[in-house]
Design a protein around this ligand. Structure first.
Ligand code: ATP
Length: 229
């Protein structure tokens, strides 16, 4: 104890037009902590990510970043304050090469190439011609050089080959060591549980259970995915 959470969701209510999806989401993530948000399709996991990133107006409740109330802040202001939504976070420019993409925000891409050698090999290739996994690594590159405070990863392994999935999760592990608070939404529960410090189950727009990964057994997992937890 002692360290205050970097990200807090306090009774967040949000949705789309007339449709309320989040019905009071409570969640806290500490610096250097990975929280896996699991639950059945439609439970509201992606909507939670959008609410944290500022892509969705919050009707009630609040979002705190390091104790500061950012509920009314637009997405770009939250991004500047260190809340990064991946993979969409910064996106890539498909018509620019890997090198040109990196140089749009980084004078010297070498630190990225050292850490992600396959991007070095592809430095002259147009980003639009990269594989999905290579594009994913390219979007995560800024986080490696200048870590965000909060990284929200919504289905980061979707459609990626196993080798790239492993690399993406290695990047997450490195960011955790550097004190990033990581909210991870992942269909592949095994991958998510392997890195998670804590697990939060979501059901019908609420977090219904949260606890250390060690307390998550197959019975609890099954209940969460079937929506009977
Ligand atoms: P999944 O695992 O299927 O992605 P999820 O837990 O991420 O599920 P959300 O994507 O947050 O769930 O969706 C929650 C509810 O919000 C669903 O009923 C969905 O139909 C609805 N919803 C999601 N996006 C929109 C949108 N842009 N407009 C209207 N309703 C939406």
């Amino acid at each position: 104890g002692g360290v205050r959470p970097l990200l807090v969701l306090d009774g967040v209510v949000a949705g789309y037009q007339d449709c309320t999806v989040l019905r009071g989401v409570d969640l806290a993530i500490h610096p250097g902590e990975v929280v896996a948000l699991l639950g059945a399709n439609g439970a509201g996991k992606s909507t939670t990510c959008a609410a944290v990133a500022g892509d969705l107006p919050i009707a009630a409740g609040g979002v705190l970043l390091d104790g500061e109330d950012v509920t009314a802040w637009p997405a770009h202001r939250r991004a500047r304050a260190g809340i990064l939504l991946a993979p969409e976070g910064r996106g890539v420019f498909p018509g620019l090469t890997v090198e040109e993409n990196l140089r749009t925000w980084l004078p010297d891409p070498e630190p990225v190439y050292d850490r992600l050698p396959q991007l070095a090999e592809r430095r002259g290739v147009l980003a639009g011609a990269l594989s999905g996994g290579e594009q994913q690594l390219l979007t995560l590159a800024p986080a490696l050089v200048r870590p965000p405070r909060v990284l929200i990863a919504d289905e980061p392994s979707l459609g990626l080959a196993p080798l790239v999935v492993r690399q993406v999760f290695e990047v997450f592990g490195e960011l955790r060591e550097r004190g990033v608070a990581l909210l991870l939404v992942e269909e592949k529960a095994t991958e998510a549980l392997a890195i998670a410090d804590r697990v939060a189950f979501m059901q019908l727009g609420r977090v219904t259970w949260t606890g250390p990964r060690s307390e998550v057994d197959s019975e609890r997992l099954a209940a969460a995915y079937l929506g009977i937890g």
